[in-house]
Design a protein around this ligand. Structure first.
Ligand SMILES: Nc1ncnc2c1ncn2[C@@H]1O[C@H](COP(=O)(O)OP(=O)(O)O)[C@@H](O)[C@H]1O
Ligand SMILES: CC(=O)OP(=O)(O)O
Ligand SMILES: [Mg+2]
Length: 421
């Protein structure tokens, strides 16, 4: 976990206020979407949340939910040209609820930044130096860092007086030992190009591993947890006593599990083969492995709901895609079992992990000998908070633990720039 550092220089200092500002706006800017939440950190309550999807298309969607005074979700579709326009749409929605960005209650804006390299181990107040470092890392996070940068620049233009804080996906994984973080390639070459395994989704792995310990009634230091973050991007981590000791993503978010559109692990020689024999360019192979592989490459769909629907209709390609996805997932569960030695819990999280009972069941099927099983009835329960799905008295807890990257980012931002710190 990244620890907080006070930053008096960037703390707003309106001495006439009786209560210090405590609202944090959290932005998770993706390549074609922006997700946001406004939180009040004086009591960790959520004031509003929303998203702008399909930015740059004619059918962009703005969905906003006020979470105070019983407001209802508002949705509209229509062109949102770019991230600048997306953040302006967000600002208008917030203003309509009396939560405008001009509010003196707003303390800071927290940004999810996917790649922080080895350098950023903690949440960091963004300045020119931080911006240029995030920019320098674009080649190793081409789908993510450019969008994160755009979000930061646009938010800074909207409120130049506020501290903008970066919370890095890579930070939680900086505790990995060298044996897990290094690739077995020539050390000088690797170091010259900073080629190593960084890991991603760290904010989620940190939050979920702690929430899993809480579910078990233990402190994070007392438990070893395998976290399976299965969203569109997917990654596994082995967390020993609250610290990450291995994770499935590497130099970039391409390594590891089968994902919505990314291949995950494969023989690196596939790339040389496609370059030399397939006549593809490096950029074409990059796009193939990041955007046209994984579930979408295998069966044409990356939405697990659609894949399950097709399987129920007897679709063989969808079934094979599901089987490949599950096979890889089971390999990682087994691997991290061995890495940890003792496992107290396996936690499923993110869109697929939280919602797909079929994926959870298939992931541990036949592993009773390892102490892993799901209870059919418990596993079928939909919704709700963190919960156990393993049978009563199971040796290893199998749990569904909803992730909350936004709350984690808000907490880390508040810890860094909050008045009381
Ligand atoms: N009810 C559901 N059953 C199975 N999968 C679901 C369900 N709801 C959402 N998902 C899956 O969750 C994925 C998105 O997960 P999410 O964590 O929101 O991803 P990301 O944050 O990477 O965009 C979708 O691709 C979809 O396959
Ligand atoms: C790092 C990563 O894969 O993020 P996402 O799941 O948001 O694409
Ligand atoms: Mg996600």
């Amino acid at each position: 976990m990244s620890s907080a550092r006070p930053s008096p220089a960037t703390t707003p200092s309106d001495e006439s206020r009786s209560t210090p500002p405590a609202r944090v706006l959290v932005l998770n800017s993706g390549s074609s979407s922006v997700k946001y939440q406004l939180l009040d950190m004086s009591d960790s309550s959520r004031l509003a949340s929303g998203l702008v999807e399909r930015i740059g298309e004619r059918t962009s969607l703005v969905r906003h939910t006020p979470l105070v005074s019983g407001g209802e979700t508002r949705e509209r579709t229509g062109p949102v040209a770019d991230h600048d326009a997306a953040l302006k749409a967000m600002a208008e929605e917030l203003a309509a609820d009396g939560l405008g960005l001009d509010s003196p209650e707003l303390l800071a804006i927290g940004h999810r930044v996917v790649h922080g390299g080895k350098y950023f181990t903690e949440p960091t107040v963004i300045d020119e130096r931080v911006l240029s470092e995030i920019e320098r890392l674009i080649p190793v996070a081409p789908l993510h860092n450019p969008a994160n940068l755009t979000g930061i620049r646009t938010a800074t233009a909207l409120r130049p007086d506020l501290p903008q804080v970066a919370v890095f996906d890579t930070a939680f994984h900086t505790t990995m030992p060298e044996s897990a973080a290094r690739y077995a390639i020539d050390v000088e070459t690797a170091d010259a190009h900073r080629v190593r395994r960084y890991g991603f989704h760290g904010t989620s792995h940190a939050y979920v591993s702690r929430a899993t310990a809480r579910l078990l009634g233990k402190a994070p230091e007392e438990v070893n947890v395998i976290v399976l973050h299965l969203g569109n991007g997917a990654s596994a981590s082995a967390v020993r006593a609250g610290r990450c000791v291995d994770t499935s993503m590497g130099l970039t978010p391409l390594e590891g599990l089968v994902m919505g559109t990314r291949s995950g692990d494969m023989d690196p020689a596939v790339i040389f083969h496609l370059l030399r024999v397939g006549g593809m360019s490096a950029d074409e192979v990059d796009a193939l492995l990041n955007k046209r592989s994984g579930l979408v490459g295998l069966c044409g769909d990356n939405d697990m709901r659609e894949i399950r629907r097709r399987i129920s209709e007897g679709d063989e390609r969808a079934k094979l895609a599901f089987d490949i996805y599950i096979h890889r997932l089971r390999k990682y569960i087994g691997a991290y079992y061995a890495v940890l030695g003792r496992v107290d819990a396996v936690a499923f999280t993110a869109g697929v992990g939280e919602n797909s009972a079929e994926v959870r069941e298939a992931a541990v099927a036949g592993l009773e000998g390892l102490g892993l099983a799901v209870d059919g009835e418990r596993n079928a329960v939909r919704g709700g908070g963190a919960r156990l799905v393993s049978p009563e008295g199971a040796r290893i807890a199998v749990a569904v633990v909803p992730t909350d990257e936004e709350m984690e980012i808000a907490q880390q931002t508040y810890a860094l720039v909050g008045k009381d710190n």
